[in-house]
Ligand binder design. Structure first.
Ligand code: NDP
Length: 277
């Protein structure tokens, strides 16, 4: 039996073991998948000691996982500078990043959104933001405005996108003058250890969609703001979580599982969920 795991900190509330167990059952594959708590200092040692054939990587380890692959990463992981999926082969670790595809699949296939020509605001420039930005650009959005608490990280994300005409970094205090967006994405972890600075209502309108990459309690403040600002749709990160997991599963096992039943099961319990991967 092959072993898999998700590494991160905090990790106790991760839904990934439940999701991958459901996928494995569906596919008739014998495997186990556990959550392993590891901070930056202990990640490499914990990974080596675990004996896993593949792993998911979450906050705050995605950039460390990228470095651990020594350049053996997919094009999308290279553009993101972050790895959320590790695959072991004879030469060591290879890295990929399925976060962006997971978000785009959730928005377009589950929620029926057309991303083409959309004006998009991305709050945050950490590992998750770096994963989703290239996928949004590839999905044909009109423009991407990245706003981050530490401006240099927003600028680095935009530079790495290689799309100077469509991707722009802006300072947080520019938000009041940035106009209305079709899609607003909260890719910060603010609700874990503080709160987002106040957002101007003028950022959203009746045709806007707001997405928080977190889910459960962590997504409540931003999605409440989105509803108050009049957004047409307010979506949490549960669907993305299931879709990015399905992409990782496909990389490891060569078959993409059906996700709707797993999403429905988790949605029914989402009020009790506290963290996203
Ligand atoms: P990182 O630690 O890599 O980045 C955190 C980001 O949040 C940074 O941009 C940071 O800004 C910003 N931030 C943190 N606190 C605040 C605050 N108080 N005010 C403003 N900005 C803040 O985390 P990830 O990018 O990996 O994860 C971000 C979120 O996305 C998490 O909630 C995670 O659970 C979720 N996620 C969901 C996934 C899913 O499948 N649904 C997949 C991946 C992530 P700065 O750079 O200034 O520190």
């Amino acid at each position: 039996m092959k072993h898999y795991a998700v590494f991160g900190s905090p990790i106790a509330h991760s839904q990934s073991p439940r999701i991958h167990a459901a996928f494995a059952k569906q596919a008739g594959i014998a495997m186990d998948y556990v959550a392993i708590e590891a901070d930056l200092d202990h990640f490499a040692g914990a990974l080596a000691a675990s004996g896993v054939a593949g792993a998911n990587i979450t906050l705050p380890l995605k950039e460390a996982a990228f470095a651990l692959c020594n350049g053996r990463v997919s094009a999308r992981a290279q553009r993101a500078g972050a790895v959320n999926t590790l695959l072991r082969d004879a030469h060591g670790w290879r890295g990929d990043n399925t976060d962006g595809l997971g978000l785009v699949r959730d928005l377009t296939e589950r929620h029926g959104l057309d991303l083409r020509q959309r004006r998009v605001l991305l709050l945050g420039a950490g590992g998750a933001a770096r994963g989703v930005a290239p996928a949004l650009l590839d999905a044909g959005i009109h423009s991407l405005y990245v706003v981050n608490r530490s401006p240099a990280r927003a600028e680095a994300l935009v530079d790495a996108s290689g799309e100077p005409d469509r991707a722009h970094a802006r300072a947080w205090d520019a938000l009041p003058t940035m106009g209305e967006f079709d899609l607003l994405i909260n890719a910060t972890s603010a609700s874990r250890g503080g709160s987002l600075p106040a957002l101007p209502m003028a950022l959203a309108g009746p045709r806007s969609t707001a997405v928080d990459l977190s889910y459960g309690e962590a997504a409540v403040p931003f999605l409440a703001w989105a509803r108050a600002a009049g957004c047409q749709h307010a979506i949490d990160g549960l669907g993305m979580l299931v879709e990015q997991a399905a992409e990782s599963f496909a990389l490891w096992h060569g078959q993409r599982p059906e996700t709707d039943a797993v999403f429905a099961d988790l949605s029914g319990r989402s009020d009790a969920l506290r963290t996203a991967d």
